[in-house]
Write a protein that binds this ligand. Structure first.
Ligand code: NAD
Ligand code: TDX
Length: 356
Protein backbone atom coordinates (compact mmCIF):
# COMPACT_ATOMS: atom_id res chain seq x y z
CA UNK A 1 0.00 0.00 0.00
CA UNK A 2 1.22 3.47 -0.82
CA UNK A 3 2.03 5.79 2.04
CA UNK A 4 3.74 8.71 0.33
CA UNK A 5 1.44 10.45 -2.15
CA UNK A 6 2.27 13.29 -4.55
CA UNK A 7 -0.85 14.99 -5.88
CA UNK A 8 -0.55 17.45 -8.76
CA UNK A 9 -3.47 19.88 -8.85
CA UNK A 10 -4.29 18.95 -5.26
CA UNK A 11 -5.56 22.45 -4.42
CA UNK A 12 -8.41 22.17 -6.94
CA UNK A 13 -11.89 20.78 -6.44
CA UNK A 14 -11.26 17.04 -6.72
CA UNK A 15 -7.73 17.38 -5.34
CA UNK A 16 -8.85 19.06 -2.11
CA UNK A 17 -11.48 16.39 -1.51
CA UNK A 18 -9.00 13.62 -2.37
CA UNK A 19 -6.25 14.94 -0.09
CA UNK A 20 -8.58 15.64 2.84
CA UNK A 21 -10.09 12.17 2.57
CA UNK A 22 -6.73 10.42 2.37
CA UNK A 23 -5.25 12.29 5.35
CA UNK A 24 -8.34 11.66 7.46
CA UNK A 25 -8.78 7.95 6.71
CA UNK A 26 -5.20 6.77 6.40
CA UNK A 27 -3.14 7.77 9.38
CA UNK A 28 0.06 6.41 7.80
CA UNK A 29 -0.29 8.57 4.68
CA UNK A 30 1.90 11.54 3.81
CA UNK A 31 0.69 13.86 1.05
CA UNK A 32 2.57 16.46 -0.97
CA UNK A 33 0.38 18.70 -3.10
CA UNK A 34 2.12 20.22 -6.11
CA UNK A 35 -0.07 22.99 -7.53
CA UNK A 36 0.40 26.19 -9.51
CA UNK A 37 -2.52 27.80 -7.62
CA UNK A 38 -4.21 29.11 -10.75
CA UNK A 39 -7.66 30.74 -10.55
CA UNK A 40 -8.94 27.20 -9.75
CA UNK A 41 -6.45 26.27 -7.02
CA UNK A 42 -6.91 27.60 -3.50
CA UNK A 43 -4.82 27.13 -0.39
CA UNK A 44 -7.95 27.68 1.73
CA UNK A 45 -9.44 24.51 0.24
CA UNK A 46 -6.68 22.64 2.07
CA UNK A 47 -7.13 24.47 5.40
CA UNK A 48 -6.33 22.22 8.31
CA UNK A 49 -4.23 19.72 6.32
CA UNK A 50 -0.96 21.13 7.67
CA UNK A 51 -2.11 20.38 11.23
CA UNK A 52 -1.88 16.64 10.50
CA UNK A 53 1.93 16.98 10.24
CA UNK A 54 1.69 14.68 7.22
CA UNK A 55 1.11 17.29 4.54
CA UNK A 56 3.11 19.69 2.39
CA UNK A 57 2.00 22.20 -0.22
CA UNK A 58 4.49 23.11 -2.93
CA UNK A 59 3.52 25.90 -5.29
CA UNK A 60 4.76 24.80 -8.70
CA UNK A 61 3.83 24.41 -12.32
CA UNK A 62 3.69 20.93 -13.88
CA UNK A 63 5.22 22.41 -17.04
CA UNK A 64 8.32 23.46 -15.07
CA UNK A 65 10.43 20.28 -15.28
CA UNK A 66 13.13 21.51 -12.88
CA UNK A 67 10.69 22.59 -10.18
CA UNK A 68 8.75 19.35 -10.56
CA UNK A 69 11.95 17.36 -10.29
CA UNK A 70 13.04 19.21 -7.14
CA UNK A 71 9.63 18.72 -5.50
CA UNK A 72 9.70 15.01 -6.31
CA UNK A 73 13.20 14.68 -4.90
CA UNK A 74 12.04 16.26 -1.62
CA UNK A 75 8.79 14.33 -1.40
CA UNK A 76 10.12 10.94 -2.49
CA UNK A 77 6.63 9.54 -3.18
CA UNK A 78 5.44 5.96 -3.84
CA UNK A 79 2.75 7.21 -6.17
CA UNK A 80 1.83 10.33 -8.13
CA UNK A 81 -1.81 11.20 -8.68
CA UNK A 82 -1.72 13.58 -11.62
CA UNK A 83 -4.81 15.75 -11.65
CA UNK A 84 -3.40 19.20 -12.39
CA UNK A 85 -5.34 20.49 -15.36
CA UNK A 86 -7.27 23.29 -16.91
CA UNK A 87 -10.69 21.75 -16.40
CA UNK A 88 -13.48 24.00 -17.67
CA UNK A 89 -14.95 23.37 -21.13
CA UNK A 90 -16.29 26.93 -21.55
CA UNK A 91 -12.89 28.43 -20.77
CA UNK A 92 -11.31 26.09 -23.34
CA UNK A 93 -13.72 27.44 -25.95
CA UNK A 94 -12.79 31.06 -25.14
CA UNK A 95 -9.04 30.33 -25.00
CA UNK A 96 -7.54 26.88 -25.69
CA UNK A 97 -3.84 27.77 -25.19
CA UNK A 98 -3.58 27.10 -21.41
CA UNK A 99 -5.33 23.78 -21.98
CA UNK A 100 -2.70 22.60 -24.43
CA UNK A 101 0.04 23.86 -22.16
CA UNK A 102 -1.06 22.35 -18.86
CA UNK A 103 -3.00 19.30 -20.00
CA UNK A 104 -0.68 18.13 -22.79
CA UNK A 105 2.77 19.56 -22.04
CA UNK A 106 2.18 19.31 -18.28
CA UNK A 107 1.28 15.63 -18.54
CA UNK A 108 4.34 15.08 -20.73
CA UNK A 109 6.54 16.60 -18.00
CA UNK A 110 4.95 14.41 -15.34
CA UNK A 111 5.46 11.29 -17.48
CA UNK A 112 9.11 12.25 -18.06
CA UNK A 113 9.62 12.68 -14.31
CA UNK A 114 8.15 9.22 -13.72
CA UNK A 115 10.29 7.73 -16.49
CA UNK A 116 13.38 9.02 -14.69
CA UNK A 117 12.31 7.21 -11.49
CA UNK A 118 11.93 3.46 -12.00
CA UNK A 119 9.51 1.97 -9.48
CA UNK A 120 7.38 5.12 -9.23
CA UNK A 121 3.74 4.68 -10.18
CA UNK A 122 1.42 7.34 -11.63
CA UNK A 123 -2.35 7.55 -11.87
CA UNK A 124 -3.35 10.00 -14.59
CA UNK A 125 -6.79 11.47 -13.87
CA UNK A 126 -8.78 11.83 -17.07
CA UNK A 127 -12.40 12.29 -18.05
CA UNK A 128 -15.40 10.70 -19.78
CA UNK A 129 -15.29 13.61 -22.23
CA UNK A 130 -12.43 11.97 -24.16
CA UNK A 131 -15.00 9.55 -25.62
CA UNK A 132 -17.06 12.30 -27.23
CA UNK A 133 -20.84 12.42 -27.14
CA UNK A 134 -23.51 9.70 -26.95
CA UNK A 135 -26.94 9.55 -28.55
CA UNK A 136 -29.98 8.51 -26.52
CA UNK A 137 -28.68 5.00 -25.80
CA UNK A 138 -25.40 3.25 -24.96
CA UNK A 139 -22.55 3.93 -22.57
CA UNK A 140 -18.86 4.68 -22.82
CA UNK A 141 -16.68 1.58 -22.44
CA UNK A 142 -12.89 1.55 -22.06
CA UNK A 143 -11.22 0.73 -25.36
CA UNK A 144 -13.72 2.71 -27.45
CA UNK A 145 -11.99 5.01 -29.93
CA UNK A 146 -11.55 8.48 -28.46
CA UNK A 147 -13.61 11.23 -30.14
CA UNK A 148 -13.21 14.41 -28.07
CA UNK A 149 -15.20 17.44 -29.16
CA UNK A 150 -13.92 20.46 -27.19
CA UNK A 151 -10.39 21.87 -26.89
CA UNK A 152 -10.55 20.72 -23.23
CA UNK A 153 -11.46 17.12 -24.03
CA UNK A 154 -9.03 16.97 -26.96
CA UNK A 155 -6.20 18.06 -24.65
CA UNK A 156 -7.20 15.38 -22.11
CA UNK A 157 -7.36 12.74 -24.86
CA UNK A 158 -3.86 13.75 -26.00
CA UNK A 159 -2.63 13.29 -22.41
CA UNK A 160 -4.25 9.84 -22.25
CA UNK A 161 -2.64 8.74 -25.51
CA UNK A 162 0.75 10.01 -24.40
CA UNK A 163 0.40 8.08 -21.15
CA UNK A 164 -0.45 4.85 -22.99
CA UNK A 165 2.51 5.40 -25.32
CA UNK A 166 4.82 5.74 -22.30
CA UNK A 167 3.53 2.46 -20.86
CA UNK A 168 3.98 0.74 -24.23
CA UNK A 169 7.38 2.20 -25.07
CA UNK A 170 9.11 2.61 -21.71
CA UNK A 171 7.16 0.19 -19.52
CA UNK A 172 5.93 3.05 -17.33
CA UNK A 173 3.81 1.98 -14.36
CA UNK A 174 0.82 4.18 -15.22
CA UNK A 175 -2.96 3.84 -15.00
CA UNK A 176 -5.61 6.18 -16.37
CA UNK A 177 -8.89 7.01 -14.64
CA UNK A 178 -11.85 8.42 -16.59
CA UNK A 179 -14.72 9.83 -14.61
CA UNK A 180 -18.03 11.49 -15.33
CA UNK A 181 -19.25 14.83 -13.88
CA UNK A 182 -18.34 15.36 -10.22
CA UNK A 183 -20.17 17.57 -7.74
CA UNK A 184 -19.60 18.36 -4.08
CA UNK A 185 -17.74 20.79 -1.78
CA UNK A 186 -14.93 23.06 -3.02
CA UNK A 187 -16.03 23.12 -6.69
CA UNK A 188 -15.48 26.44 -8.49
CA UNK A 189 -18.78 28.24 -9.16
CA UNK A 190 -18.04 28.25 -12.89
CA UNK A 191 -19.33 24.63 -13.11
CA UNK A 192 -23.03 23.85 -13.42
CA UNK A 193 -24.03 22.75 -9.92
CA UNK A 194 -22.22 25.34 -7.74
CA UNK A 195 -23.07 28.10 -10.22
CA UNK A 196 -26.74 27.24 -10.03
CA UNK A 197 -26.67 26.94 -6.22
CA UNK A 198 -25.06 30.35 -5.74
CA UNK A 199 -27.22 32.05 -8.38
CA UNK A 200 -30.37 30.65 -6.77
CA UNK A 201 -29.25 31.71 -3.28
CA UNK A 202 -28.69 35.24 -4.66
CA UNK A 203 -31.98 35.30 -6.62
CA UNK A 204 -30.00 35.76 -9.83
CA UNK A 205 -30.86 34.13 -13.20
CA UNK A 206 -29.81 30.49 -13.70
CA UNK A 207 -28.35 30.28 -17.25
CA UNK A 208 -29.28 26.95 -18.85
CA UNK A 209 -27.58 26.25 -22.19
CA UNK A 210 -29.72 25.29 -25.19
CA UNK A 211 -32.81 23.27 -24.35
CA UNK A 212 -31.45 22.02 -21.02
CA UNK A 213 -31.77 18.41 -22.17
CA UNK A 214 -28.05 17.58 -22.34
CA UNK A 215 -27.44 14.63 -20.06
CA UNK A 216 -24.58 14.18 -17.61
CA UNK A 217 -23.81 11.19 -15.37
CA UNK A 218 -23.36 12.75 -11.91
CA UNK A 219 -21.04 11.35 -9.25
CA UNK A 220 -20.46 12.70 -5.75
CA UNK A 221 -16.81 13.73 -5.53
CA UNK A 222 -15.97 11.35 -2.64
CA UNK A 223 -16.93 8.39 -4.81
CA UNK A 224 -14.60 9.56 -7.57
CA UNK A 225 -11.82 10.04 -5.00
CA UNK A 226 -12.34 6.47 -3.75
CA UNK A 227 -12.03 5.26 -7.34
CA UNK A 228 -8.80 7.18 -7.90
CA UNK A 229 -7.32 5.69 -4.73
CA UNK A 230 -8.28 2.16 -5.84
CA UNK A 231 -6.86 2.64 -9.33
CA UNK A 232 -3.65 4.19 -7.99
CA UNK A 233 -3.02 1.20 -5.70
CA UNK A 234 -4.60 -1.74 -7.49
CA UNK A 235 -5.00 -0.77 -11.14
CA UNK A 236 -3.09 -2.65 -13.82
CA UNK A 237 -0.44 -0.67 -15.68
CA UNK A 238 -1.59 0.48 -19.09
CA UNK A 239 -5.24 0.12 -18.19
CA UNK A 240 -8.01 2.75 -18.26
CA UNK A 241 -10.75 2.65 -15.63
CA UNK A 242 -14.14 4.31 -16.09
CA UNK A 243 -15.87 5.75 -13.04
CA UNK A 244 -19.38 7.15 -12.95
CA UNK A 245 -22.31 7.61 -10.63
CA UNK A 246 -24.83 5.57 -12.66
CA UNK A 247 -26.93 8.70 -12.29
CA UNK A 248 -27.90 10.22 -15.63
CA UNK A 249 -29.83 13.46 -15.53
CA UNK A 250 -30.72 16.20 -18.01
CA UNK A 251 -29.32 19.55 -16.90
CA UNK A 252 -32.80 21.03 -16.53
CA UNK A 253 -33.72 18.37 -13.98
CA UNK A 254 -30.58 19.15 -11.97
CA UNK A 255 -31.39 22.86 -11.99
CA UNK A 256 -35.03 22.27 -11.03
CA UNK A 257 -33.91 20.04 -8.14
CA UNK A 258 -31.67 22.82 -6.82
CA UNK A 259 -34.47 25.40 -7.05
CA UNK A 260 -36.93 23.07 -5.32
CA UNK A 261 -34.54 22.25 -2.48
CA UNK A 262 -33.78 25.94 -1.93
CA UNK A 263 -37.44 26.86 -2.21
CA UNK A 264 -36.75 29.26 -5.09
CA UNK A 265 -39.04 29.94 -8.09
CA UNK A 266 -38.63 28.20 -11.45
CA UNK A 267 -38.88 31.66 -13.05
CA UNK A 268 -35.19 32.19 -12.19
CA UNK A 269 -34.28 29.77 -15.03
CA UNK A 270 -33.01 31.53 -18.18
CA UNK A 271 -32.51 29.49 -21.35
CA UNK A 272 -29.45 31.01 -23.04
CA UNK A 273 -27.41 30.48 -26.19
CA UNK A 274 -25.96 26.99 -26.27
CA UNK A 275 -22.31 26.07 -25.71
CA UNK A 276 -20.67 25.60 -29.15
CA UNK A 277 -20.10 21.90 -29.86
CA UNK A 278 -22.06 20.97 -26.71
CA UNK A 279 -21.85 17.19 -26.10
CA UNK A 280 -25.36 15.80 -25.84
CA UNK A 281 -25.03 12.91 -23.45
CA UNK A 282 -22.43 11.14 -21.29
CA UNK A 283 -22.94 7.78 -19.55
CA UNK A 284 -20.30 5.50 -18.12
CA UNK A 285 -20.04 1.73 -18.13
CA UNK A 286 -18.22 1.03 -14.85
CA UNK A 287 -18.09 -2.78 -15.08
CA UNK A 288 -14.30 -2.94 -15.36
CA UNK A 289 -13.73 -0.75 -12.28
CA UNK A 290 -16.30 -2.79 -10.37
CA UNK A 291 -14.84 -6.16 -11.33
CA UNK A 292 -11.13 -5.34 -11.14
CA UNK A 293 -11.05 -2.71 -8.37
CA UNK A 294 -14.23 -3.33 -6.38
CA UNK A 295 -15.45 0.20 -7.19
CA UNK A 296 -19.10 1.13 -6.51
CA UNK A 297 -20.54 4.65 -6.19
CA UNK A 298 -22.02 4.88 -2.69
CA UNK A 299 -23.65 8.33 -2.46
CA UNK A 300 -27.02 8.71 -4.20
CA UNK A 301 -27.91 12.00 -5.92
CA UNK A 302 -30.43 13.04 -3.27
CA UNK A 303 -27.90 12.64 -0.44
CA UNK A 304 -25.02 14.14 -2.45
CA UNK A 305 -27.10 17.20 -3.37
CA UNK A 306 -28.19 17.73 0.25
CA UNK A 307 -24.57 17.60 1.37
CA UNK A 308 -23.46 19.93 -1.43
CA UNK A 309 -26.22 22.48 -0.83
CA UNK A 310 -25.48 22.55 2.88
CA UNK A 311 -21.76 22.94 2.24
CA UNK A 312 -22.22 25.98 -0.04
CA UNK A 313 -24.69 27.59 2.37
CA UNK A 314 -22.24 27.08 5.24
CA UNK A 315 -19.18 28.23 3.29
CA UNK A 316 -20.10 31.55 1.71
CA UNK A 317 -16.71 32.91 2.84
CA UNK A 318 -14.95 30.30 0.71
CA UNK A 319 -17.21 31.28 -2.21
CA UNK A 320 -16.40 34.98 -1.80
CA UNK A 321 -12.67 34.19 -1.69
CA UNK A 322 -12.67 32.15 -4.92
CA UNK A 323 -14.96 34.53 -6.81
CA UNK A 324 -12.02 36.86 -7.42
CA UNK A 325 -11.30 39.11 -10.39
CA UNK A 326 -10.07 36.18 -12.51
CA UNK A 327 -13.37 34.41 -11.91
CA UNK A 328 -15.45 37.52 -12.51
CA UNK A 329 -13.66 38.20 -15.82
CA UNK A 330 -14.59 34.72 -17.06
CA UNK A 331 -18.17 35.11 -15.87
CA UNK A 332 -18.55 38.39 -17.75
CA UNK A 333 -17.03 36.94 -20.94
CA UNK A 334 -19.18 33.83 -20.82
CA UNK A 335 -22.55 35.15 -19.65
CA UNK A 336 -22.97 38.90 -20.19
CA UNK A 337 -24.12 38.67 -23.81
CA UNK A 338 -25.95 35.41 -23.28
CA UNK A 339 -28.02 36.86 -20.47
CA UNK A 340 -28.70 40.10 -22.33
CA UNK A 341 -29.88 38.22 -25.42
CA UNK A 342 -31.65 35.32 -23.73
CA UNK A 343 -32.90 32.58 -26.02
CA UNK A 344 -36.00 30.50 -26.44
CA UNK A 345 -35.18 26.83 -25.88
CA UNK A 346 -37.03 25.81 -29.04
CA UNK A 347 -35.15 28.31 -31.24
CA UNK A 348 -31.87 27.23 -29.81
CA UNK A 349 -32.27 23.49 -29.60
CA UNK A 350 -29.06 21.48 -29.99
CA UNK A 351 -29.23 18.68 -32.52
CA UNK A 352 -30.18 15.56 -30.55
CA UNK A 353 -28.72 13.19 -33.17
CA UNK A 354 -26.14 10.61 -32.25
CA UNK A 355 -22.60 11.79 -32.66
CA UNK A 356 -21.18 8.31 -32.26
P1 NAD B 1 -9.98 22.18 -10.94
O1 NAD B 1 -9.96 23.11 -12.09
O2 NAD B 1 -10.90 22.44 -9.81
O3 NAD B 1 -8.50 22.07 -10.31
C1 NAD B 1 -7.37 21.99 -11.12
C2 NAD B 1 -6.15 22.21 -10.23
O4 NAD B 1 -4.98 22.11 -11.05
C3 NAD B 1 -6.11 23.60 -9.57
O5 NAD B 1 -5.73 23.46 -8.22
C4 NAD B 1 -5.04 24.35 -10.35
O6 NAD B 1 -4.39 25.33 -9.60
C5 NAD B 1 -4.12 23.22 -10.75
N1 NAD B 1 -3.33 23.53 -11.94
C6 NAD B 1 -3.79 24.04 -13.12
N2 NAD B 1 -2.75 24.22 -13.97
C7 NAD B 1 -1.63 23.80 -13.33
C8 NAD B 1 -0.27 23.73 -13.69
N3 NAD B 1 0.16 24.15 -14.89
N4 NAD B 1 0.60 23.22 -12.79
C9 NAD B 1 0.19 22.80 -11.57
N5 NAD B 1 -1.09 22.88 -11.18
C10 NAD B 1 -2.00 23.37 -12.04
O7 NAD B 1 -10.23 20.74 -11.57
P2 NAD B 1 -10.98 19.48 -10.95
O8 NAD B 1 -12.41 19.58 -11.29
O9 NAD B 1 -10.56 19.28 -9.55
O10 NAD B 1 -10.36 18.33 -11.86
C11 NAD B 1 -9.21 17.63 -11.46
C12 NAD B 1 -8.88 16.61 -12.55
O11 NAD B 1 -9.97 15.73 -12.74
C13 NAD B 1 -8.60 17.24 -13.91
O12 NAD B 1 -7.56 16.53 -14.52
C14 NAD B 1 -9.91 17.04 -14.66
O13 NAD B 1 -9.67 16.96 -16.05
C15 NAD B 1 -10.37 15.73 -14.09
N6 NAD B 1 -11.83 15.48 -14.09
C16 NAD B 1 -12.69 16.38 -13.54
C17 NAD B 1 -14.05 16.10 -13.49
C18 NAD B 1 -15.05 17.05 -12.88
O14 NAD B 1 -16.25 16.81 -12.97
N7 NAD B 1 -14.61 18.12 -12.23
C19 NAD B 1 -14.52 14.90 -14.02
C20 NAD B 1 -13.61 14.00 -14.59
C21 NAD B 1 -12.26 14.30 -14.61
O1 TDX C 1 -23.91 27.92 -17.06
C1 TDX C 1 -23.98 26.74 -17.44
N1 TDX C 1 -25.14 26.30 -18.00
C2 TDX C 1 -25.31 25.04 -18.47
O2 TDX C 1 -26.37 24.68 -18.99
C3 TDX C 1 -22.89 25.80 -17.31
C4 TDX C 1 -21.58 26.22 -16.68
C5 TDX C 1 -23.07 24.52 -17.77
N2 TDX C 1 -24.24 24.16 -18.37
C6 TDX C 1 -24.35 22.77 -18.87
C7 TDX C 1 -23.26 22.32 -19.79
C8 TDX C 1 -23.16 20.84 -19.51
O3 TDX C 1 -24.11 20.14 -20.29
O4 TDX C 1 -24.28 21.91 -17.74
C9 TDX C 1 -23.55 20.72 -18.04
C10 TDX C 1 -22.35 20.61 -17.10
O5 TDX C 1 -21.46 21.66 -17.44
P1 TDX C 1 -20.07 21.87 -16.66
O6 TDX C 1 -20.34 21.94 -15.20
O7 TDX C 1 -19.35 22.98 -17.32
O8 TDX C 1 -19.36 20.45 -16.90
P2 TDX C 1 -18.96 19.65 -18.24
O9 TDX C 1 -18.79 20.55 -19.39
O10 TDX C 1 -19.96 18.53 -18.41
O11 TDX C 1 -17.53 19.07 -17.80
C11 TDX C 1 -17.32 18.57 -16.46
O12 TDX C 1 -17.34 17.17 -16.43
C12 TDX C 1 -16.27 16.48 -17.03
C13 TDX C 1 -16.00 19.08 -15.89
O13 TDX C 1 -15.97 20.49 -15.95
C14 TDX C 1 -14.82 18.48 -16.63
O14 TDX C 1 -13.62 18.89 -16.02
C15 TDX C 1 -14.94 16.99 -16.55
O15 TDX C 1 -13.91 16.40 -17.30
Amino acid sequence: MATRWFVTGGAGFIGANFVRGLLARRRDSHVTVYDALTYAGHEISLDGCTRTGRFALVRGDVCDADALDAALRDASPDVIVHMAAESHVDRSIHGPAPFLRTNVDGTFRVLEAVRARPGLRVAVVSTDEVYGSLGPTGRFVEGMPLAPSSPYSASKAAADLLTLAYVHTYGLDAVITRCSNNYGPYQMPEKLIPLMILSALRDQPLPVYGDGMNVRDWIFVDDHCAGIELAAERGRAGREYNFGGECEKPNLEVVETILRKLDKPRSLIRFVTDRPGHDRRYAMDIARATEELGFRPSVDFETGMERTLRWYQDNLDWCAAVEDERHRTHMRANYERRLEAGAEPSADRAAPEETR
